[in-house]
Design a protein. Structure first.
Length: 804
RNA sequence: GGGCGCGUAGCUCAGCGGGAGAGCGCCCGCUUCACACGCGGGAGGUCGCUGGUUCGAUCCCAGCCGCGCCCACCA
């Protein structure tokens, strides 16, 4: 064994070995209790980023821990077809060839997408293998593989038959670039500098009229009313009167609606149901018409009269000029406000009324809300649990149709008479009239519609497979905050609706990793860090350790220091094992603690085991990493191994056998975090019959607990021993050694009894003062007072020993 | 506008009612037979500010200042 641990080669070797030996595999007929985690299916076109790496490290730590604890673990891999995102990639390729998707047609487009995926997609799981993620790679699924498509079709038909899927003309977010609707959750909001115009709408009967404020003057052409708040005293008398819309010179009513904000602008709102979501709601409530003057391409349409064909900006200018000429433009001001953009192409979103498919949420979300409130599913941290409930409560009906070509085409067919047939596979005839000339709905489903089925469909649903029976419901889902509403909540209601049970019991929301300088990681800022490089440079174990160490409930800065720490820990373990192995020949690994330091380290390991179990159960991975680092460096190496060196050098077989047994336990505790180095060391230990990855997790071992207290005080002086070049031999009477040997040595080594006495005197004074305080003695918890008394007694003893 | 969170050593962060901590960095000393990716020693902090609760507050409460994130249809 070399004196330096080098992860290169070692990690790849174990990854191959584990997989080849089938140790990642999960079997449905395994009688052990199941433990299931589905890796959130990454975009099929994507590459591993730090979010994946952190997610993978967390999930794999949980999986490996449970595997060692005797669970039949399934870590499920797979990809998402990622509708818009993938279509984007292909459209960009086409654009480089000077073409659009319409030039090659739908069939060729879809074919091309598949061909491209075959050639270049699906690389993330190769990268996750290099992280050591112990997934059952045989079970890789895709949201558009044959079985999965059946699941999606079944889900749609199921919801349709429940009466929850409907088609309606409603206002949606239209992306002019993708020429598709988008859900609210697929938007981003950006501040832009705009101009707000104040425009007078004269009374139809003549006179001043009312002034409104708008940033989109082009939409004036589609105004159907002016609305004010019902309690707005200023406008009370106006309600019911008619005003004239500028430019088009159309008479429209003044109405009252609570959705109007009296404080904003002039408190009077021009109502444009065709081009604004709020106005749309107001319009529906008042039964107003919904004219549209802007088309799907974002330009003015034929209903815009002489402005048809213009961009909105051009049309707006013409409208403003018209108003200015007639003295209707009261003022204009610079105005900064947020606008919605497509999260993929950044195009400005056009609110348009469009015929779309919808999924009603009221019935679907009710059982999910119940499950969340009863905590059958719990989000971690707790603040996210509240957010998840709130999000679900307020979830509007779901726009599930997209006007894209890449995705699951809706299982909806129309006959020439306009009858609608909804079935899972191509029907022969119209369900209503028997007509055989059917055309299929062109729209595809929102990508998240299929993602919602991930925990079920990957296990074979809608078929009643053994996998589904064994591994559903699963256990944990690990994901990022922004995906709670898009994905997690939807998996919950889909699972409850289709199988009557939640898909998992815990959802871990991971922290966002920022660049080391706390800026957002982004390619354009050049602040991105590629986890694949980190892994190849520092090793998978160090990367895993580092990511888990910095993980928390808030946003965290990436830290190479934490990765370094992981590397150091691996090296330390490696050398600790060398010390023990080189100290003798035998292949004995056995607990034969003779001296208190041996009982002490066993007790420490057991105490850390308990802490680690608690922290893993609470998903506090940072704390786990911290505890194990301290255990390895401070307790195991700096103190315990140092103290048994004399015995090891003397060839004491018991000391070696016990040391190896203790080392084994430490390796086990660390394996979920740093699987490779621990397995590698394990393989060097004598007579290893089994792999560490499937070795049993340490049992509770309280046998040596009493050794902790007695030795820890002596440990306090350990530094002195080593510095003075003396290796202390600790007998049963540690206390005697401490008082008689350690103290004087410490003083001698420091050459500084006065300072030590001063320090102790300060402690004594402090403790005496507290204990003399009646209110402290009466009010503080009894064990706190007792601890203080013990401290005082100890300080006094030490003080006596020094000054006496 | 709403929600969440954060301000502790030069940097990154842990601790969260009774002794101010870790990693990295810095200074001093060690080629001690596991490890210089190491060992020992050390410097460095009014624990954002102001009040309150308490015998006692970095820790609980309120306000303020600063920073970040998420959500949002104020035209």
């Amino acid at each position: 064994m070399e004196p330096r641990y080098d992860p290169h080669g070692v990690e790849e070797r174990w990854q191959r070995t584990w997989e080849q030996e089938g140790l990642y595999n999960a079997e449905a007929d395994d009688p052990r209790p199941p433990y299931t985690i589905c890796f959130p299916p990454p975009n099929v076109t994507g590459e591993l980023h730090l979010g994946h790496a952190l997610n993978g490290s967390i999930q794999d730590a949980l999986i490996r821990w449970h595997r060692m604890r005797g669970f039949n673990t399934l870590f499920q891999p797979g990809y998402d077809h990622a509708g818009i995102s993938t279509q984007n990639v292909i459209e960009k390729q086409l654009a480089e060839e000077g073409k659009t998707r319409h030039d090659i047609g739908r069939e060729a487009f879809v074919e091309r997408t598949w061909a491209w995926l075959e050639a270049t997609g699906r690389t993330i799981f190769e990268q996750l293998r290099k992280l050591g993620a112990s997934m059952d790679y045989r079970r890789e699924r895709f949201t558009m593989d044959e079985g999965y498509i059946r699941a999606v079709m079944r889900f749609f038909v199921h919801l349709y038959e429940r009466g929850w899927i409907y088609r309606d003309n409603r206002i949606i977010n239209w992306c002019p670039f993708h020429e598709s609707s988008l859900s609210d959750l697929e938007l981003i909001h950006d501040d832009v500098d705009d101009t707000i115009f104040y425009i007078g709408y004269p009374f139809a009967a003549g006179g001043e009229g009312v002034t409104i404020a708008t940033v989109r003057p082009a939409t004036i052409l589609a105004d159907v009313a002016v609305a004010v708040h019902p309690d707005d005293e200023r406008y009370r008398d106006l309600v019911g009167r008619e005003v004239v819309v500028p430019y088009v010179e159309r008479r429209v009513p003044v109405i009252a609606d609570e959705r109007v904000e009296p404080e904003f602008g002039t408190g009077a709102l021009k109502v444009t149901p065709g081009h604004d979501p709020t106005d749309f709601e107001i319009g529906r409530a008042h039964g107003l018409p919904e004219p549209a003057v802007i088309g799907p391409d974002g330009r003015m349409n034929e209903r815009a009269g002489d402005l048809a064909g213009l961009t909105q900006e051009e049309a707006g200018e013409r409208v403003i000029a018209w108003c200015r000429e007639r003295g209707l433009l009261e003022k204009q001001e610079p105005y900064r406000h947020a606008v919605a953009r497509c999260e993929r192409c950044k195009s400005r979103i056009e609110p348009l009324i469009s015929l779309q498919w919808w999924c009603a949420m009221d019935e679907l979300k009710r059982p999910a809300l119940e499950a969340l409130r009863e905590r059958r599913v719990v989000y971690h941290p707790e603040s996210q649990h509240r957010f998840a409930i709130e999000s679900l409560e307020t979830a509007p009906d779901w726009n599930i149709s997209r006007q894209l070509w890449w995705g699951h085409q809706l299982p909806v067919w129309y006959c020439p008479d306009g009858h609608v047939t909804v079935v899972e596979t191509d029907p022969d005839a119209c369900g209503d009239c028997g007509a055989t000339e059917l055309t299929r709905e062109e729209d595809v489903l929102d990508t998240w519609f299929s993602s919602a089925l991930w925990p079920l469909a990957t296990l074979g649903w809608p078929d009643g497979t053994p996998e589904l029976r064994t591994f559903y419901p699963g256990d944990v889902s690990v994901t990022a905050r922004e995906i709670i509403r898009l994905w997690e909540n939807r998996m919950i209601f889909a699972g409850l609706e289709l199988l009557g049970d939640v898909p998992f019991t815990d959802v871990i929301i991971t922290s966002t990793i920022l660049a080391p300088d706390k800026r957002r990681m982004s390619k354009s800022l050049g602040t991105g860090i590629d986890p694949r490089e980190v892994i190849s440079q520092h090793g998978a174990d160090a990367t895993r350790y580092g990511l888990l160490k910095i993980s928390s409930t808030q946003d965290v800065a990436f830290s190479y220091g934490a990765i370094e720490e992981g590397r150091k820990l691996a090296n330390k373990l490696w050398n600790a094992s060398r010390l023990l192995l080189q100290a003798g020949e035998g292949d004995e690994v056995a607990l034969r603690p003779r001296d208190v330091e041996e009982r002490w380290i066993l007790a420490r390991i057991d105490s850390v085991r308990a802490t680690v179990e608690e922290d893993l159960s609470a998903f506090d991975f940072s704390h786990v990493a911290h505890s194990l680092y301290r255990l390895t460096f401070d307790d195991f190496c700096d103190w315990y191994l140092e103290s048994i060196k004399p015995r090891l050098y003397a060839g004491d077989a018991d000391a070696r056998a016990t040391g190896l047994a203790a080392l084994e336990r430490v390796l086990k505790l660390l394996h979920p975090l740093m699987p490779h180095v621990t397995e590698e060391i394990w393989s060097h230990l004598p007579a290893r019959a089994t792999r560490l990855i499937v070795a049993p997790w340490p049992e509770a071992d309280p046998a040596h607990a009493d050794a902790i207290d007695s030795l820890e005080r002596v440990q306090d002086a350990a530094g002195i021993f080593r510095r003075s070049g003396v290796l202390v031999k600790l007998g049963d009477d540690e206390k005697r050694i401490f008082d008689a040997v350690v103290k004087p040595e410490r003083v001698a080594a420091n050459g500084n009894a006065a300072a030590e006495i001063e320090r102790l005197q300060k402690e004594v004074d402090r403790a005496e003062k507290m204990l003399a305080n009646d209110r402290f003695v009466q009010n503080a918890a009894p064990d706190v007072v007792e601890a203080e008394r013990e401290k005082l007694a100890r300080y006094r003893r030490e003080l006596d020993a020094l000054s006496g």
